[in-house]
Ligand binder design. Structure first.
Ligand code: ADP
Ligand code: ZN
Ligand code: ZN
Length: 748
């Protein structure tokens, strides 16, 4: 019999496959998971090729130790997707492919129990009464088992066995008495709350002409068809996704759809809309995939997608790498959202990978937004994406809110009263809403009480001992906190430098605004939503439901309140502190600010109440605010793209960023300078511009000094070729703690 070898991808930075002998008596195919020896360890790898010979000398070849038979192999298309992502983002194939699989699959010791049916024991009402009395006095093992049953909803067979080796026999005896019930749950089926025919079909709204045209275009698409669905806030983009999906899924009984959202916990309404709509379509199960799921649930949901049982996968950026053998359409909602970019490990853009995936498989992909990224807008300008426009709000009586700028300089000049940064007109407008029983939002992008705590007498400002950053005052928590490293300390009573007791908070965060609002708008029920008030799992959802239930008059918060919510009774949005982003060194800051302000403005007046947006600013003549006032995304996008073209910035050039972290700034900079010098030997780098290595704005975090080197090119191919040749040279350089390479960075 001839020998069989497999070439396996491992989660290892080397962009190579590892050869193993395959002498296990089961069939092997690419896409299967195997366990292999690697050095002194045993690791899980993904079979990429099966071959009849290996170039590795026979005495150095080791054998595959185990095969995961519980999981059908991933498709060759999926392997290609992972290979593309690895190549594009300059990582090893295994570094991309293995982390994209559920944790349970990457642990060979768990394979035998994987996706097996779950046996759940639970106490019956009769058992709850009878069992305690029936136990012999000294049977402590039995008591433990009975107690475990009483304390939980159900006890898994495996957990029972861990309590006592003979637990199952005991449980079966108790079952015979009628004290215990046993349910066997098909693990993969349990989650797929399969739709049933009993659910009445929901009443569908009549589509607007623009919605109908969009649905038709998506449904009739042939082959790879990227769409940019540009719809103003409240124009009913979700309805377009729902209808397009319904048509595509109905046309092909096994077709699957992938729907990406920036943050699933912030958009429960979105999930609810999908569940409600597809509950009536028989056999259409929806699963979610995001990092908030428990590990077991995530594995089961992944498996349901992988085996085709889930027809709709609703997920965050990580879901773009889900295995979907019958994928037929991809939707990327709020495609401009920076959350689609992973900021650590494999620094990929889920939106860009979604486009690649659609192209690879010849599918429609819908990018939806009220404020598309300039990258996508430019693609549409060039005719590479087809633009679909929803120019009006879907609900007939809902119109876009009026935007007014409050000139803070003029307020001051005229000596008009303000309270702690809240201008007179804004306070008056908030009071008017309170009287009418309408809701208001107050938006500012800074959490905490105050960004600085300072001493007037000597100029001391509270700073982080580990970072080159000021610490933020958190009043309810009575703490100073570093937002970069998590360092925390009590608020000092006096200045540690000069002893002055009059140290004072400077600037404003959401906590301080919440406090000011309580005194400026008496009687209002105020709720704050930001990363601090929603730290506990599920608390954001609970807070948002208070807003929807009308139990809140004024909601103050960060960009968390701007995203996607369909608030029905909000008629006023106040914007504070937006000016800082106008003059950022990051060329994308104004694009982000405009998108945020459009989004938060879009929360007002959705259900027919006339909406108003009040923006406090020192620069009322700034072009960005003018475009905002006219709801003129197109004008803003076109003028900003013209500026980018003149300044040779993305999307007109392609960029990559090399970041280094060293014990000293000098070490980090020296590494980057050596790295830049290595580029001179690379032919493709002739078409690449290399900038000077510079420290990051917050140069030190956790005692580590950080610097970066930007390189860019008008040719994506030249940049990619350069990076490919550069990587191995970078690996040879020393002197820093860590470095990483980011392709298409969002934050510069
Ligand atoms: P977007 O995502 O574009 O901001 P949504 O999808 O949240 O907008 O829709 C806004 C509101 O309009 C929702 O309450 C939705 O139910 C409603 N809606 C959508 N399409 C229609 C329609 N054709 N007729 C009536 N109401 C609609
Ligand atoms: Zn002082
Ligand atoms: Zn710090």
């Amino acid at each position: 019999m001839s020998e069989v070898f497999v070439r396996v991808a491992l989660d290892h930075p080397l962009a190579t496959l590892f050869d193993y002998r395959f002498d296990t008596p089961v069939p092997v195919a690419p896409g299967m998971l195997v366990s292999v020896p690697f050095g002194k360890r045993h690791v899980v790898g993904l079979v990429c090729e099966v071959t009849a010979h290996s170039d590795v000398p026979a005495d150095r070849l080791r054998s595959v130790e185990g095969v995961c038979t519980a999981c059908p192999p991933v498709s060759s298309e999926w392997l290609k997707l992972a290979a593309f992502a690895a190549d594009y983002y300059q990582r090893g194939l295994g570094e991309v492919a293995l982390p994209a699989l559920p944790q349970a699959l990457r642990d060979a010791s768990r394979w035998s129990r994987l996706f097996a049916p779950e046996e759940r024991y639970s106490l019956t009402p009769a058992g709850r009464v009878a069992l305690p009395d029936a136990l012999p006095a000294r049977a402590s093992a039995l008591r433990k088992l009975a107690q475990a049953l009483a304390e939980t909803e159900f006890l898994l067979a495996a957990d029972a066995r861990a309590l006592h080796p003979k637990a199952i026999a005991t449980l079966d005896a108790w079952r015979a008495e009628g004290w215990v019930a046993l349910d066997v749950i098909e693990a993969a089926a349990a989650l797929a709350t399969a739709a049933s025919a009993d659910v009445p079909a929901p009443a569908l709204p009549t589509l607007t002409d623009e919605q109908a045209a969009a649905v038709e275009a998506i449904r009739d698409a042939d082959g790879f068809a990227p769409f940019l669905l540009h719809g103003v806030t409240g124009s009913g983009k979700t309805e377009v996704y729902l209808r397009a999906l319904a048509e595509i899924l109905a046309a092909k009984p096994d077709a699957q759809a992938l729907v990406l959202v920036p943050e699933i916990n912030l958009t429960p309404q979105f999930e609810a809309a999908f569940r409600a709509r597809f509950a009536a379509l028989e056999g259409t199960s929806i699963v979610t995939l995001h990092s908030g799921l428990a590990e077991g649930e995530r594995a089961r949901n992944w498996f349901a997608a992988h085996t085709g049982r889930a027809r709709i996968v609703l997920g965050t950026r990580l879901a773009v790498l889900a295995s979907l053998p019958q994928l037929a359409i991809i939707v990327v909602d709020e495609e401009h959202d920076p959350a689609y970019k992973q900021q650590e490990g494999l620094r990929y853009s889920a939106r860009d990978l979604a486009i690649y995936r659609a192209k690879q498989l010849g599918l429609p992909v819908v990018l939806g937004s009220a404020t598309p990224s300039l990258e996508s807008w430019w693609q549409a300008d060039q005719g590479r994406y087809k633009r679909l426009t929803l120019s009006r709000r879907a609900v007939a009586e809902a119109v876009l809110p009026t935007v007014k700028l409050i000139d803070l300089e003029e307020e001051r000049r005229r000596g008009r009263a303000s309270v702690e940064g809240l201008s007179g007109p804004l306070i008056a407008a908030l009071k008017a809403r309170l009287e009418r029983g309408e809701q208001s939002l107050v938006f500012l992008n800074r959490r905490g009480y105050a960004p600085q705590l300072a001493c007037d007498a000597c100029g001391w400002v509270a700073g982080c001992p580990r970072c080159s950053a000021y610490v933020v005052l958190h009043k309810p928590e009575r703490a100073l906190r570093c937002h970069h490293c998590g360092w925390e300390a009590r608020i000092p009573r006096s200045c540690p430098e000069c002893g002055n007791v009059d140290i004072a908070p400077m600037g404003r965060g959401t906590q301080r605004v919440e406090e000011t609002l309580a005194s400026a708008v008496p009687g209002a029920r105020i709720l704050r939503i930001d990363a601090d008030s929603t730290r506990r799992k599920g608390s954001a959802q609970a807070l948002f439901s208070d807003v929807h239930a009308g139990e809140v008059d004024i909601l103050v918060g960060t960009q968390m309140i701007a995203k996607g919510h369909d608030f029905q009774r909000v008629s006023l949005v106040g914007v504070l502190n937006a000016d800082t982003a106008l003059f950022s060194h990051d060329f994308r800051a104004s694009e982000r600010l405009f998108a945020q302000l459009m989004q938060v403005s879009g929360r007002a007046g959705r259900a027919g109440l006339p909406g108003e947006v009040l923006v406090q600013t020192r620069y009322p003549r700034h072009a960005l605010y003018h475009a905002l006032g006219r709801h003129d995304y197109v004008g803003f996008a076109n003028s900003t793209l013209a500026e980018r073209r003149d300044a040779h910035l993305p999307p007109f050039v392609y960029q990559a960023l090399l970041r280094a972290e060293g014990r000293t700034l000098e070490a980090a900079l020296a590494f980057l300078q050596q790295a830049a010098a290595e580029l001179t030997g690379i032919a493709a780098a002739e078409r690449v511009t290399v900038y000077d290595a510079v420290p990051l704005t917050i140069v030190k975090v956790m005692h580590v000094h950080r610097a970066q080197l930007l390189i860019e090119s008008a040719s994506r191919a030249a940049l990619q070729a350069t990076l490919r040749a550069w990587q191995p040279l970078l690996r040879g350089l020393k002197g820093v703690l860590r470095w990483n390479l980011e392709v298409d960075p969002l934050d510069i």
